[in-house]
Design a protein. Structure first.
Length: 53
């Protein structure tokens, strides 16, 4: 059976009050992400994401 296409709005997460997500590339604040970042990993704006090999 073919899988249904996974489209449509994705759930987006925002930082908790007092928490800040800072882009590791441009240093700007990130308002929302499609996942919850772990504190020991860098996060990026979508347009700042390093290209995948
Ligand atoms: Zn950025």
């Amino acid at each position: 059976m073919p899988k249904p296409p996974r489209r449509g709005p994705r759930k987006m997460f925002r930082p908790q009050p007092g928490e800040r997500w800072i882009c590791a590339k441009c240093g700007g604040e990130i308002e929302e992400l499609p996942f919850i970042p772990s504190s020991n990993r860098p996060v990026y704006h979508r347009e700042c994401l390093p290209p995948r090999p």
